[in-house]
Design a protein around this ligand. Structure first.
Ligand SMILES: [Mn+2]
Length: 289
């Protein structure tokens, strides 16, 4: 039976080296152009298209992983058809679309869009992997109960993810912004991982199914200005490369890359950084066990 891909709109650009037809593929890339709850500077709805457009400027080969996209069968399924406006129906649409990707036998890689979409994807992946562990790269704790009246605000992304994560296991890597209450929880829960201990903290999780959510504002605004809520004091590509090297030894089953607002960076390098993060994740998802 042909898979039902009607929840995706496959018009427009495609990520470098991807196919439209998911048959025979191992990774399913898709975009969610949504920024409905953005509280500061909007524009992440343009993120997925920008990543696809600049992807052709990258090499297909990743020297850090010694792997090449040309050796990977992966599909770019296009954009999830979402209702604009309130976030709840969007999160539900993301969950259903992610379930479709999983039913096709593909590992999902989602491009945002704002961070509120992650709980939809995590819910779908956790339904297949009840012992799923969530790893968060982000400047912000995202542990608010609600923000500006919305439970599914991007400022509540990890709070909502925890509600759909049966294991309750979340690792929050080098979070540098949040409320006093959020930091109190980060510290007392043991979820906050300092940057220097990143690889060591993840090592005991080898063999467990992992979902990696990459809020691009984890990177320093100097290298990632194209994001809605920039936070000084962030990280560089070399820090991300340390994580990637550790994740080679892990069972990464799904991931997302969110919060790129390309028009906030006239130089265009933020979109290139996002496209390169995407390449690393495609290669990790496509090649590890
Ligand atoms: Mn953030």
């Amino acid at each position: 039976m042909a898979p039902d891909l009607s929840c995706f709109d496959a018009d427009g650009a495609i990520y470098m080296g991807a196919r439209r037809d998911p048959h025979g593929c191992v990774v399913g890339l898709f975009g969610v152009p949504y920024d409905g709850t953005t509280s500061f500077r909007p524009g992440t709805r343009f993120g997925p298209a920008a990543v696809r457009e600049v992807s052709n400027g990258l090499e297909t080969y990743c020297p850090e992983l010694d792997r090449d996209l040309l050796d990977l069968a992966f599909a770019d399924l296009g954009a999830v058809d979402i209702p604009y406006g309130a976030p709840d129906p969007v999160v539900a649409a993301v969950r259903d679309a992610t379930t479709t990707v999983l039913e096709l036998g593909l590992r999902p890689l989602m491009l945002g869009g704002e961070h509120s979409i992650s709980s939809g994807a995590v819910a779908a992946v956790a339904a297949q992997h009840p012992d799923l562990v969530l790893v968060q790269l982000d400047a912000h704790a995202d542990l608010r109960e609600e923000w500006l009246g919305a439970r599914h605000s991007h400022a509540c992304a990890m709070r909502r993810c925890l509600e759909v994560l049966p294991s309750g296991e979340l690792r929050q890597i080098a979070i540098r912004s949040g409320t006093r209450a959020e930091f109190s929880e980060l510290r007392s829960s043991g979820r906050l991982v300092p940057i220097a201990a990143m690889a060591e903290a993840l090592r005991p999780l080898r063999g467990r199914p992992l979902y990696l959510t990459v809020d691009l504002d984890w990177f320093d605004p100097a290298v990632m200005p194209g994001t809605g809520t920039p936070e000084p004091g962030g990280f560089q590509w070399g820090d991300f490369a340390v994580l990637v090297a550790e994740l080679r030894q892990h069972r990464l089953v799904a991931a997302d890359v969110v919060e790129l607002a390309p028009q906030l960076d006239p130089s265009g390098v933020s979109a290139v950084l996002a496209a390169k993060v995407t390449r690393s994740l495609l290669l990790l998802l496509g090649c590890n066990s």
